[in-house]
Design a protein around this ligand. Structure first.
Ligand code: ARG
Length: 574
């Protein structure tokens, strides 16, 4: 039941005011003692020729028979404040949750197609923490769109094309180790790539060889193509192992290379649209009217660049999926590139370019002096980061397990550590506005008391534990008398739970998962207040105990569904 809607309907019936006007005016006061809803009456003063305060009083007088779900109305100056009946609210929200099989599922998208371009690591290069940002944001947006009735296509636009492949082929011929490649492709490819650069300094001829190899690759020569394919496949297998660990998948791995054979067509198309100009042998699109620098579509040697391949990809995706929305989850550093991409398509007359959106994010930083056991130099591998989170988490659990009267098995500890560590890393990328930079501080992201995933998981685990301890079974909870839930903490918790859908809606509107993530955190904080301040197993009556356990069941069910939207799994204890 939507209490706001119900309230509006009641007001429209009793006061002589249009629904649309009230919908615009109704507010949620900042404090509960000012009501659950308020109608500011300033707007009516001119028409009714009375002061807002008098109008508020007139309204209140008209509301003399209240529906069951409204407890009272009060006038406070120019405001009409409406207070919900706490026990009706608590009972309704709790029982709705207990009965629901599809919490946080909606049909807002009604079959609209959303394409998400995210993660998109580069073949033969490490999967570093910068890619973790796009990977996690993209995955969560995919989950949110899918849960709200959109048809989602998860696209991994692999960086599997470029002149570096010519270098890799030369390097592999000279110094490559087939079995090392099979074992740890990225490590081996990185090793020979670095070696190539070192050697090329002494022997510049290598660069010429690499260019020749790349030309062969572009021409589709079998030998070079097969090597490239091997590098791609082995690298992708490693990426897939990471995706698997993160519990995610893609519908398409069509990377940059896929679009190469379409490039001639793209150039011809843009030529036909009359937007290509020659510039020193290259073909470019002038974007001055968009106040953007020009974009090169074809270089003077006939080859393409990153932007050309993105133009081809957009055209292909439109043809292939006829999308309603195409979102690019890519670091802010590439914002200009995407502005140019969208402008080029607009200039070519493709109005559907308005359905493409750049979803940017900030940088990932590590405070100076923080040592991470990385495999090489300056990039931080996502896997190393996760492994370190796991071992730190495990240490904490093992320590608290030592003096537990019901210790966890090693297997349970291992499983829980993996789940909690992955959750901690995920939440670090989700808790703040995505455009903000992230500074990775271990103590901060793993703190059980902080703004962290462990905090949320711990509140879930506490809920589960008290349900287990109570010995009360599910059927008893179903029959609980929920109308006796009348404490403020109960009302507050259920209010926050009831606000989850609106925050999900806002999160999608702005492609900003943090809006929803923060509300999930708020729910967990309200749960802690309830849990710490209200007696549960020691409640005054048996009925009250059962009702509160039912509320806890509703909380745990909700938080599990909400965390699932963030890609976070739960643990029964920790
Ligand atoms: N591979 C690129 C990188 O690692 C990201 C690709 C983003 N997607 C796109 N369609 N350009 O920076």
């Amino acid at each position: 039941m939507d209490f706001k809607k119900k309230t509006l309907e009641y007001l429209v019936d009793e006061l002589d005011v249009e629904l649309s006007v009230l919908e615009e005016l109704i507010e949620i006061p900042p404090q509960r003692d000012m009501g659950d809803f308020a109608i500011p009456c300033f707007r009516f003063a001119k028409i009714l020729k009375k002061s807002p305060a008098v109008i508020a009083q007139d309204f209140a007088d008209k509301l003399d028979t209240l529906p069951e779900f409204i407890d009272r109305v009060e006038v406070a100056g120019p405001y009409l404040n409406i207070f919900l009946n706490v026990s009706v609210f608590n009972k309704t929200i709790t029982s709705n949750i207990l009965e629901s099989n599809d919490l946080l599922k909606f049909d807002w998208g009604s079959g609209k197609i959303v394409l998400l371009d995210y993660s998109s690591p580069n073949i033969a290069k490490p999967f570093h923490v910068g890619h973790a940002f796009t990977t996690i944001l993209g995955d969560v947006l995919a989950r949110m769109y899918a849960s709200t009735g959109y048809e989602v296509v998860r696209i991994n636009h692999l960086g599997d094309y470029g002149t570096q492949f010519g270098k890799l082929i030369v390097a592999y011929e000279n110094w490559g180790d087939a079995s090392a490649l099979e074992e740890d492709a990225i490590k081996e490819l990185l090793r020979i790539y670095v070696k190539f650069h070192d050697e090329a300094k002494l022997n510049p001829e290598l660069e010429d060889q690499a260019r020749a190899k790349f030309r062969n690759l572009e021409a589709g020569e079998a030998y070079e193509y097969e090597l490239w394919e091997k590098f791609r496949e082995f690298s992708l297998n490693e990426f897939k192992r990471i995706y698997n660990r993160l519990g995610m998948y893609f519908d398409s791995y069509k990377g940059e290379a896929f679009y190469i054979e379409m490039l001639d067509k793209v150039v011809n198309l843009l030529e036909e649209k009359g937007i290509l100009v020659d510039s020193q042998g290259a073909k470019i699109v002038d974007l001055e009217e968009y106040s953007l620098p020009p974009v090169i579509v074809r270089k003077s040697d006939g080859s393409s660049i990153y932007a050309t391949r993105d133009i081809a990809a957009a055209l292909y995706r439109h043809k292939r999926y006829n999308f309603d929305k195409l979102l690019y989850v890519v670091g802010q550093t590439q914002e200009l590139h995407f502005k140019q991409l969208f402008a080029t398509l607009k200039k070519a007359g493709f109005d559907w370019a308005d359905n493409m959106e750049f979803v940017g994010f900030g940088l990932v930083k590590f405070p100076e002096g923080v040592k991470l056991s990385t495999r090489s130099g300056d990039v931080v591998y996502l896997e190393d980061l996760i492994n370190e989170a796991v071992s730190r988490t495990k240490a904490v659990i093992e320590k608290s397990n030592e003096n537990s009267d019901d210790p966890m098995s090693q297997e349970e500890i291992d499983k829980a550590s993996e789940i909690i560590a992955l959750a901690s890393v995920r939440y670090t990328f989700l808790r703040n506005g995505r455009e903000r930079d992230i500074v990775f501080l271990w103590d901060e992201i793993l703190d059980y008391e902080g703004d962290t995933a462990p905090y949320m998981l711990y509140s879930y685990a506490r809920a589960r534990s008290i349900l287990r301890k109570s010995g009360v079974d599910a059927s008893e909870l179903k029959n609980a008398d929920l109308s006796i839930l009348s404490e403020n903490q109960e009302f507050e918790l259920l209010t926050e739970i009831n606000n989850l859908p609106a925050s999900l809606e806002q999160a999608l509107k702005h492609n900003e998962p943090s809006i929803f993530a923060r509300q999930v955190m708020t729910v967990c904080r309200s749960f802690s207040r309830f849990y710490n301040q209200v007696s549960i197993l020691q409640a005054d009556t048996e009925d009250l105990k059962i009702a509160r356990l039912a509320l806890i069941e509703a909380f745990s069910k909700t938080v599990k569904a909400a965390l699932a939207l963030l890609g976070i799994d739960t643990v029964e204890r920790m």
